[in-house]
Design a protein around this ligand. Structure first.
Ligand code: NAD
Length: 502
């Protein structure tokens, strides 16, 4: 059997139980169907039905939030070393089921196996990293003042809501849920309606690893009912959200009445800036990788190429050859570099930008068309000679779609780079470190890589500025979000207190 045929038969075995019983919620350790009936989830590979998924209502969210509230005191009070052990067991089980997770993720989202097999393991790494921080998460500082000793301590904020998108859903769910659990919070997770498979697997893994009932609850459903109800629920103290900027804005409004703390990881239109002194071949590798891997459905993708005029012709020619050579195919084929887009509405959106780019006068050097007649495959697309004001240079397309703009000097590059609504990441390619330092200092972005693709080190901060996000994740920044800091001040002596009314 070919690799693809083997993987398809393994996938079939994993999907059998979902086909039979559908995907139901997991609330307080129990499998419970949503009270709003069910909806269908389909594969982007061929639009075939995968299974039915519970459609949750506000009543289901209420049950999940109540379970999370009831489980909170014991989980928060548990010794950090015990929480650490449970979270490591979760990581172990993720590794054991990594193949199943990767297969389901490929079929559910259209992402290529070569990336998803790593994403499953990165999920385990997220749990291990935050597991190791759990014993010290409550630690604070001592701050001396004249006559006073201040002692700070941190306390988990309470039950939290985690709302995740359909792009790399397993990895992103673990990135949010692991620190929340390590901090001592309990969780209600609402995964994206378009990619529910691996969220269900994760909730089963947590249960099997010995996570107490009610500590992680799964509610499936749509944003406008289940997601909205979660953001409005009075027992949910904070919402960690990953998704579109306009959804973040809605969540902020929905959470206002209950004064929700929010953490947002939102959209991007990230620039990769190739200066004339860059190491061209490595820059080319990074440019291609950072927009075409993960189908371009990646918040940190470098969707805008800013290239120095003096090297632009040569760079574009090389880029065009590479883009035309990308392998579009079945996500479970090990040779595939680009799979189908998540669903038809998204496919239509990405294709609409091809027409927009052409009508705006940019040059379509590669792609811009559908691949095959089944599934939502788009040929990797490259537009060159765009101007900064064009919609293809301003708006998030979220597909295998690169817009290239020329610049003449650093000041112009900076102005183009900053003149968008977003500010998530930036990538600089230059051998001049002073130039890189000056540029990164002024670049409006939460994360900048110099002479590198996006390489994550989990203790570093992750997040965006402007319309790309609110707050930071990673390392201790995650605990800042999931915990409250308390200050207790002790008088060191019997100092004189102002006497009133004597
Ligand atoms: P989306 O905003 O449409 O949906 C994300 C989640 O929010 C889903 O679970 C959805 O059901 C839910 N939701 C929708 N409306 C809601 C509401 N009113 N109240 C509560 N929940 C609601 O995003 P998407 O299309 O699934 O994901 C793609 C977007 O995510 C892109 O813009 C991408 O850039 C962004 N993203 C950002 C990061 C980052 O780290 N900055 C990471 C991944 C994805």
């Amino acid at each position: 059997m070919s690799d693809l045929a083997t993987r398809l038969s393994q996938l079939d075995a994993h999907l059998a139980r979902f086909r039979e019983g559908g995907i139901v919620n997991l609330i307080n350790g129990q499998d419970v169907p949503g009270s709003g009936g069910s909806f269908e989830t389909r594969s982007p590979v061929d639009d075939s039905l995968i299974c039915a998924v519970s459609r949750s209502t506000a009543a289901d969210v209420d049950a999940a939030a109540k379970a999370a509230k009831a489980a909170f005191p014991a989980w928060a009070a548990m010794d950090g070393t015990k929480r650490k052990a449970i979270l490591h067991r979760i990581a172990d089980l993720i590794v054991e089921r990594a193949e199943e997770i990767a297969l389901c993720e490929c079929w559910d989202t259209g992402q290529a196996w070569r990336f998803m097999s790593k994403a499953a393991l990165r999920g385990a790494e997220n749990f291990r990293f935050f597991a190791d921080q759990a014993p010290g998460a409550r630690d604070g500082q001592t701050l001396h003042a004249p006559g006073q000793l201040n002692v700070t301590s941190r306390h988990p904020i309470g039950p939290v809501g985690v709302i995740t998108p359909w792009n790399t859903p397993f990895m992103l769910s673990t990135w949010k849920i692991a620190p929340a659990l390590a901090a001592g919070c309990t969780v209600v997770h609402k995964p994206a309606e378009f990619s529910p498979l691996t969220a269900r697997v994760l909730s089963e893994i947590c249960r099997d690893a010995g996570l107490p009932d009610g500590v992680l609850n799964l509610v499936n459903g749509f944003g406008e009912d289940a997601g909205k109800a979660l953001t409005e629920h009075p027992d949910i103290k904070a919402i960690a959200f990953v998704g579109e900027s306009k959804t973040g804005s809605m969540i902020m409004k929905q959470g206002a009445d209950t004064l929700k703390r929010v953490h947002f990881e939102l959209g991007g239109k990230n620039p990769v800036i190739v200066f004339e002194d860059a190491e061209i071949e490595r820059a080319l590798d990074a440019v291609v990788f950072m927009i075409y891997s993960l189908n371009g459905e990646r918040c940190t993708s470098s969707s805008r190429l800013l290239v120095h005029d003096s090297i632009a012709d040569d760079f574009h020619a090389k880029l065009e050859a590479r883009v035309k050579n990308l392998k579009v195919g079945h996500p479970l084929d090990p040779a595939t570099e680009i799979g189908p887009l998540i669903h038809k509405v998204h496919y239509d959106k990405v294709m609409s930008y091809v027409e927009i780019g052409k009508s705006e006068g940019a040059t379509c050097r590669a792609g811009g068309s559908r691949v095959g007649e089944e599934g939502w495959f788009v040929r990797p697309t490259l537009f060159t000679d765009a101007t900064p004001d064009m919609r293809i240079a301003q708006e998030e397309v979220f597909g295998p779609f690169l817009t290239s703009i020329r610049f003449k000097d650093d000041a112009e590059a900076l102005s183009i780079a900053n003149n968008v609504a977003y500010g998530l990441t930036g990538y600089l390619w230059t051998n001049d470190l002073t130039r890189a330092l000056n540029f990164s200092d002024k670049l409006e972005a939460g994360m900048i890589w110099v002479n590198s693709e996006n390489v994550r080190h989990l203790p570093t901060p992750f997040g965006g500025v402007k319309a790309s996000g609110v707050g930071r994740d990673g390392g201790d920044w995650s605990f800042d979000f999931y915990m409250e800091t308390k200050n207790t001040s002790f008088a060191l002596g019997a100092h004189k207190i102002q006497r009133l009314g004597a």
